[in-house]
Each structure stands twice: as structure tokens, then as C-alpha cells.
Design a protein around this ligand. Structure first.
Ligand code: HH2
Length: 278
């Protein structure tokens, strides 16, 4: 058994930064779900609100309309994958849980909706608490940390972990995520990846989501001597490089758009590190 899980991204949004509009029809979403599951995803993360920099908030009724039919269809299809809902709204989380989600991926780490902690606590599902500086609309406008970014993110995750446990969510059900790209410069993202092992001492599984993110476009462009960041569809090499490094630094859940190439890269890395060489 691989010592990690691949989380395939299924955005049911018109405006996600790399796959917006592609899976709005439940039929297309189900097809993508089957593809990602077949490629080795252990979890599918269904999202109905983009959190890309500059994104406008979506109303709960619209988010429910987008996500619930997809969750129901995927649950009924029996693809053998876990389901996650990427939301900051308690009402969406509740409906998603009823539709079959076993994980609530809350990029606000239970801060956006005062009801979220009790929905997660009472339902017994898992949850992912992610670090974000500011909010999506403005988070990439000159993000700044008082001191060391890794220390600050670690202290934040520690505080949110304690908050969640105090709210009745058992520690075993909590995953932590440094929130790559959420209120972070290129240097912040790189420091967090390079020192990801420091977050492991919080004692919970670490999830990372570098997939197709803008900083990979910037670094990729540099590698080719280009001035404009590579477009999202050309960021797979960067996604692979950062996923492998994150694995080596202790990450165990990888949130990605393209499951098959990441699965292959992580299998090779794991064998190389002596963990699963067969
Ligand atoms: N990144 C995105 C969304 N949700 N959740 C966690 N836990 N960690 C992440 O890094 C993360 C996340 C952004 O990526 P994507 O879903 O592809 O884009 P969009 O927010 O535009 O839908």
C-alpha cells in the first residue's frame, strides 16, 4: 500500500483557474470522476466555489446546486473512492455529507462559518484545515508575514487544530494543509515546501496542493527563459517536482488535477526512497 493518498480535483465551477467550466454538467463531472478514480485517486474533492486569487464569493444556493447532484451521482456510481467537499459553508458541508462526502475540505479552517465546526463534529466526517492569509478576493495583493512564514503557518495550524478539537472534532479526523498559493508569494510557497517537515511535528497528516498553481508557471517560465508565466496547462512538470519534494518532506495527501502522472512520480519517488520498492 502506498503511504500516501491522491486527491483528485473536481471543480464544478465556471471560473476555476485551470479547469473552470469543464465539468459543470453532471454527466461531464461523472466522466471526470471515473477517469480520476481509474488513475488512482483515493479521494475526489468536489468544489462549487473557486478560491483562485480575485474570485468573487458564490451564494450557498448556487454552490449547493452545483455540487450536490455531482456528489450524489459519483456516490451512486460506486467508483470506490472517498468523497470530499471543498467548501467554507456549513449548509453546503451538511448537504454534501448527506450526499456521501466523508471529508470536509475547508480552506478557511473553520473560520468562515460559525456553524461549520459543529456540522463536522456531529457528523463524524474528516476535515482538512488549511492556512490562508486574508481571503481569496484580495489574498495575493502583497501578502506579508510579520516574521518567518513557516513558523506563522505552523502556529496558525496548531491553533486551528486545538480549536477544532475543542469544538468536538476528534484529532484523528483532522488533516492540515499549509495552503500553497493562498496569500503567499513565490518565496513563501517555496519556504513552506522546503520546510514542510516542520509541519509534520503537529502530529497530523499533511496535505499539499501545488497542482498547476501560478508560482509553478513563474518558475517554469524562468526555466525556459520566458518572461510570462507558463499557462496552467503547462504546469505539470512543476506539479510533479513539488509533489515529489513534498512527499520526501512528509506530506501524505496530494490534491491534484492530473492523477496518473502524479501517481507515477510518487511511486517512483517512494521506491527510490526505499519505502515501497517491491
Ligand atoms: N487549493 C485550491 C482549492 N482548494 N484546498 C486545499 N486543502 N488545499 C489547496 O491547496 C487548495 C484547496 C485551489 O485550486 P483549484 O481548486 O484548482 O482552483 P479554484 O480554487 O480556482 O477552483
Amino acid at each position: 500500500m502506498a503511504p500516501y493518498t491522491l486527491m483528485g480535483i473536481l471543480n464544478v465551477t465556471p471560473d476555476s483557474f485551470s479547469d473552470g467550466g469543464r465539468f459543470l454538467e453532471p454527466r461531464d463531472a461523472l466522466e471526470q470522476a471515473a477517469l480520476l478514480a481509474g488513475e488512482g485517486a483515493g479521494i475526489l474533492d468536489v468544489g462549487g466555489e473557486s478560491t483562485r486569487p480575485g474570485a468573487e464569493p458564490v451564494r450557498a444556493d448556487e454552490e449547493l446546486r452545483r455540487t450536490v447532484p455531482v456528489l450524489e451521482a459519483v456516490a451512486q456510481a460506486g467508483l470506490g473512492v472517498g468523497l470530499s467537499i471543498d467548501t467554507t459553508k456549513a449548509v453546503v458541508a451538511q448537504a454534501a455529507i448527506e450526499a456521501g462526502a466523508g471529508l470536509v475540505n475547508d480552506v478557511s479552517a473553520l473560520r468562515a462559518d460559525p456553524e461549520m465546526a459543529s456540522v463536522v463534529a456531529s457528523s463524524g466526517v474528516e476535515c482538512c484545515l488549511m492556512h490562508m492569509l486574508g481571503e481569496p478576493r484580495t489574498m495575493q495583493l502583497e501578502p506579508r508575514y510579520e516574521g518567518d512564514v513557516v513558523d506563522e503557518v505552523k502556529a496558525f495550524l496548531d491553533e486551528r487544530l486545538r480549536f477544532a478539537v475543542a469544538a468536538g472534532i476528534t484529532e484523528e479526523r483532522i488533516i492540515l494543509d499549509p495552503g500553497i498559493g493562498f496569500g503567499k508569494t513565490l518565496a513563501h510557497n517555496l519556504a513552506l515546501l522546503d520546510r514542510l517537515d516542520e509541519l509534520c511535528s503537529l502530529g497530523r497528516p499533511i496535505m499539499v496542493g501545488t497542482s498547476r498553481k501560478r508560482f509553478l508557471g513563474v518558475l517554469g517560465a524562468r526555466a525556459h527563459g520566458l518572461s510570462e508565466p507558463l499557462e496552467a496547462g503547462r504546469r505539470l512538470p512543476g506539479t510533479l517536482a513539488t509533489s515529489v519534494l513534498a512527499l520526501e518532506r512528509g506530506a501524505s495527501i496530494f490534491r491534484v488535477h492530473e492523477v496518473a502522472p502524479v501517481a507515477e512520480a510518487l511511486a517512483v519517488a517512494t521506491a527510490t526512497l526505499g519505502g515501497d520498492g517491491g
